[in-house]
Design a protein around this ligand. Structure first.
Ligand code: UD1
Ligand code: MG
Length: 449
C-alpha cells in the first residue's frame, strides 16, 4: 500500500534536537530574565500565598520567543528534501517541472508562524493593558485569516463525513461551505481563550498545554510510516484517517500516503518544541511558582494547537483533547455572558491556617433574574455549584464561581494547591485517553472506515 515515496524523516530528528535546545534555553532564560521583567513592572502577586513578594509575570513571552525563533530557524530543515531535490535537478539539467518546490507547504508553515506571532502580540498586550475579555475575542478570529486562506488555497475542502445514523437525511458527505471556515476561526478563539479561563493556580496553564501537546504528538506518531509490523495493528483499527473532517481523504487518500505523513510531520515540527518549552517553563512555574505564564503563554500555546489542528486537518480530534476546557467553558458561560456576576479573579479561596483551597464565591449584590436563578438551580441540581440562599425568601445570595477548579473542590473536598493542579492534570490525561478511545475505538461505530 506504500507505493508513493514518503518524505525523509531526518528533519524530524533535527526537530527533536532543536527541541532539546528549546528545553535548555527555557530552563536557563526564565530565571535569568525574571528581574528584568519585575523592573519593567511585569509582575504579579501569588493570590494563594501568604507572602506577597512580586513574581515575574508574562514569562510566556520568553517561551513564545524561544519557540517562534526556533521554528523560524527550522524552516530550511523542514524543506531539506526539496532543497536537495532542487540541487540535484540543476546538476542533471532536468526541467524544473519534475522538481517543483512545495510552495503550498511553505505557505502553510509561514502562515502558521504569522498566526503564532499575532497570538503572542495579543497575549502580551493583554498582560500589559489587561484588555477586557469581550474585546479580545475577535482578535484571534482575525489572526486565523491567514490559516484559513492557505486552507482555501489548497482545496477548500469543507465537507464533513456524516455519521452513519444521519446518512439517510444528509447523505455520506455534507458540504458545510462557509460554515466550515467559521467553525475553524472559532476554533482558534476557543483554543486561545480556554487556557486563560482555566488559570490561577501554579502550573495550571502550562500543564494543560503540555498534556495536549503530548497527546497531539502521540496522535501524529500513529500516521508515520512505521516498519510493517508496527503498522498492522493500526490497520486493524480501521482506516480512521478517512474519518477526519475537512481532510482531503475523499480524494482517495489512504493511510500512509505521502500527503498524510507530511501533514503529521508538520504537526510534529510544531509540537515537539512546544512540549520542550512547556517542560522548561513548568519547572519554574511548579508549586510554589517562581514565574507566572501570563496571558502570553495561554494565547501562544492555544494558537499553536489551532494551527496544527487546522493545517494538518485533525481539528475534530484536537477538540476531543480539549474536553476539560470545553467543560470549563460551558460551566463558565453564565459568568462569561453576564448572567452571573464575574469577579476579576475566580481562583479558589485559600484558608491560610490549613493551607487548603476552598471554592470561591460570587456575591449577588442585587436579586438575580429569573433566568439566572433557573440556570443556577439547574447547575446546583447537577452538582456543579453550591448556592447560599436567603433563609426565608429563598433568594440566591451567593454561588460558587463556575470553574472546573471550584467544581473539583466542591466534589472532592478541600485540597492544597499542588494537589488541585495534579487533579487538573489527571482530568486532562483522562480526557486525552477518552479522546483516543472515541477517535480510534468508537469512531468505527459511527463512521465506516
Ligand atoms: C483569568 C480568569 C480569572 C482568574 C485569572 C487567574 C476568567 C474569566 N478569568 O483572568 O478568573 O483569576 O485568569 O490567572 O476565568 N495568579 C496566581 N497564581 C498563578 C497564576 C496567576 O495567583 O499560578 C494570579 C497572579 O496574581 C497573576 C494573575 O493571576 O498576576 C494573572 O491574572 P490574569 O491572567 O491577568 O487574569 P485573566 O486572564 O484576566
Ligand atoms: Mg490570564
Amino acid at each position: 500500500p506504500f507505493i508513493e515515496p514518503i518524505p525523509p524523516l531526518p528533519a524530524l530528528y533535527t526537530s527533536f534536537g532543536f527541541s532539546i535546545f528549546a528545553l535548555l534555553a527555557t530552563l536557563y532564560t526564565i530565571p535569568a530574565v525574571g528581574p528584568a521583567f519585575i523592573k519593567a513592572n511585569l509582575k504579579g502577586v501569588d493570590l494563594l500565598k501568604n507572602d506577597k513578594v512580586p513574581i515575574p509575570e508574562s514569562q510566556g513571552l520568553v517561551c513564545a520567543s524561544i519557540y517562534i525563533l526556533l521554528l523560524i530557524l527550522f524552516i530550511p530543515f523542514a524543506f531539506s528534501d526539496s532543497i536537495s531535490n532542487f540541487a540535484n535537478a540543476r546538476k542533471t539539467r532536468e526541467g524544473m517541472s519534475v522538481t517543483e518546490f512545495p510552495h503550498y507547504q511553505l505557505s502553510v508553515y509561514l502562515s502558521s508562524l504569522l498566526s503564532l506571532l499575532i497570538a503572542t502580540l495579543l497575549g502580551f498586550l493583554d498582560d500589559v493593558f489587561d484588555i477586557r475579555w469581550r474585546h479580545k475575542i475577535p482578535i484571534p478570529i482575525i489572526a486565523s485569516i491567514p490559516l484559513l486562506m492557505v486552507y482555501y488555497a489548497e482545496r477548500g475542502n469543507t465537507h464533513v463525513v456524516v455519521p452513519i445514523p444521519l446518512r439517510p437525511m444528509f447523505g455520506t458527505l455534507m458540504n458545510l461551505g462557509p460554515l466550515y471556515y467559521i467553525y475553524m476561526s472559532l476554533l482558534s478563539t476557543f483554543a486561545t481563550n480556554s487556557f486563560n479561563i482555566l488559570a490561577g493556580i501554579n502550573g495550571s496553564e502550562v500543564s494543560q498545554a503540555l498534556i495536549i501537546a503530548v497527546s497531539v504528538i502521540l496522535n501524529d506518531l500513529l500516521y508515520l510510516p512505521w516498519p510493517l509490523d508496527f503498522r498492522i495493528p493500526l490497520h486493524l483499527l480501521g482506516n480512521n484517517a478517512e474519518v477526519e473532517i475537512g481532510g482531503v481523504w475523499s480524494a482517495g487518500m489512504s493511510y500512509g500516503s505521502k500527503q498524510l505523513v507530511e501533514r503529521h510531520l508538520f504537526s510534529l515540527y510544531f509540537m515537539l518544541p512546544m512540549v520542550a518549552v512547556c517542560i522548561g517553563f513548568m519547572y519554574h512555574n511548579w508549586y510554589p511558582a517562581r514565574a507566572f505564564p501570563g496571558d502570553t503563554l495561554c494565547y501562544v500555546t492555544g494558537m499553536a494547537f489551532a494551527v496544527v489542528g487546522i493545517q494538518a486537518h485533525f481539528s475534530k480530534t484536537l477538540l476531543l483533547f480539549f474536553l476539560p476546557q470545553i467543560f470549563n467553558f460551558l460551566l463558565s458561560c453564565p459568568q462569561l455572558f453576564g448572567l452571573v456576576p464575574c469577579p476579576r479573579h475566580r481562583v479558589p479561596r485559600i484558608d491560610h491556617t490549613t493551607n487548603l483551597l476552598h471554592p470561591s464565591k460570587t456575591l449577588f449584590l442585587k436579586p438575580p433574574s429569573k433566568l439566572t436563578s433557573f440556570v443556577l438551580r439547574t447547575f446546583e441540581t447537577l452538582g456543579l455549584t453550591d448556592l447560599t440562599t436567603h433563609a426565608s425568601t429563598g433568594m440566591i445570595l451567593e454561588a460558587n464561581n463556575l470553574t472546573i477548579l471550584n467544581f473539583f473542590l466542591l466534589r472532592l473536598g478541600p485540597m492544597n494547591e499542588k494537589r488541585l493542579v495534579q487533579t487538573l492534570m489527571c482530568s486532562q490525561m483522562a480526557g486525552s485517553l477518552l479522546a483516543f478511545t472515541v477517535r480510534y475505538g468508537l469512531a468505527g461505530l459511527v463512521y465506516d472506515g
